[in-house]
Design a binder for this molecule. Structure first.
Ligand code: GLY
Length: 379
């Protein structure tokens, strides 16, 4: 993996042999999309899958950025939201790509947040047995996580992301200026995934975030580029070493075992956004690690203090409305796709920046942790 600046954009390389690709990070990349995409094209046209919100805000800029290099564009705008990540919308996307006469050597562009990236990537993976695609992520969460690493797919009534394929993009263009159009809460939800990288493998990055994240959230572009670059560099390294999640890639699930249960308990909606669940889940994972004697008591407190400074949810007491009891939350964790032989897989930490995967966590400790955290809600 190589990190460097290319024509003023920061660049992170995902090293996967013939499937290697670059992640370019800079404000204004959408307007220059044609220059970066042209070398990938067999003919000067692309098919763009986006959502109605992103189309309204940014599609004209993308069209102009492509036209500058003589690249034509057709676009399909799907409804925004997690509900789109299903079979009917996948069918609509694939049939649209076929009617747009996308050929095997053409390029599909996924232009949006995680939902669009996952769905369009999966559509490209199955279209004509696999067409290349580029990710142009428009949320912080998608820029630092879902657009990188090739996980694509849709949800099933049986659970999230249960249908899909590994299909690596050919290019990722992360335009940090589009993050200005995100609601503050959506930006901060994506920040839950940024802070995860510091916690799981880079204590210096966590310290850097403690110092710089408030200014980054307030809009500093250079800090945004650096936060996205460092997050992508860490993810690229992990994906290059463990593309199919046979080992190390599972570290990226830090905070997700608790977080997914909380998202399920709150209905996958506005009560708790994905990155908010990840942030609370990461704090619970550190708390559990400290109770098990693996890390210092100060580590979960330090994380919670940082989350509160960022005006983020940090604990179960920050979630409004009813929650299941500890056993109810554990039952939701048991539905997680990371459960093996009835054992829940946790990502714990020996300190900030030192996470590891644990399959043998005593459920008594998990139950006590959740019961105490739930009791704080009533106190
Ligand atoms: N979002 C977790 C992964 O890509 O593995």
């Amino acid at each position: 993996m190589a990190d460097e600046a290319v024509n003023d954009a920061a660049k992170v390389r995902v090293d996967l042999g013939v499937r290697s690709y670059d992640i370019l990070i800079a404000p204004g990349l959408i307007g220059e999309a044609g220059r970066h995409i042209a070398p990938l094209l067999a003919r000067p046209k692309v098919a763009v899958i986006t959502d109605e919100n992103v189309a309204g805000l940014h599609l004209d800029s993308l069209r102009a950025g492509l036209a500058r290099e003589g690249i034509g564009m057709e676009a399909l705008a799907l409804p925004p939201g997690e509900g789109t990540k299903n079979w009917p919308h996948l069918e609509r996307a694939v049939e649209w790509l076929l009617s747009a006469e996308v050929e095997r050597t053409d390029l599909v562009i996924a232009f949006g947040g995680g939902v669009i990236g996952d769905l369009a990537g999966f559509a490209a993976a199955v279209l004509r047995r696999g067409v290349r695609f580029a990710q142009i992520p428009t949320t912080l969460l998608a820029q630092v996580d879902s657009s990188v690493g090739g996980k694509t797919g849709i949800n099933s009534p049986h659970g999230k992301n249960l249908i899909g394929a590994f299909h690596q993009p050919a290019l990722v263009l992360a335009d940090t200026a589009v993050l200005d159009t995100l609601a503050a809460r959506d930006f901060l939800s994506g920040y839950g995934e940024v802070v995860k990288y510091g916690l799981l493998g880079d204590a210096d990055f966590f310290a850097w975030l403690e110092e710089n994240a408030p200014a980054m959230a307030a809009g500093d572009q250079a800090l945004r580029v650096e936060a996205v670059r460092r997050s992508c560099a860490m993810k690229a390294g992990i994906v290059a070493r463990d593309e199919r999640e046979q080992g190390e890639r599972a570290l990226l699930n830090l905070g997700h075992t608790f977080g997914h249960a909380l998202e399920a308990a709150t209905g996958y909606g506005d009560r708790l956004l994905h990155g908010e669940g990840v942030a609370i889940g990461a704090a619970l994972a550190l708390e559990l690690s400290s109770r098990l004697g693996l890390c210092a008591q100060e580590d979960p407190s330090r994380l919670r203090q940082h989350l509160r400074e960022m005006r983020m949810k940090a604990d179960l007491s920050d979630i409004e409305g009813e929650l299941p009891d500890a056993d109810g939350l554990i039952a939701l964790m048991m539905q997680d796709k990371k459960v093996r032989d009835g054992r829940i897989r946790f990502v714990l930490a020996r300190g900030i920046g030192a996470a590891f995967v644990a399959d043998d966590v005593p459920m008594k400790a998990v139950r006590a942790l959740l019961a105490d955290a739930l009791a704080m809600r009533c106190a």
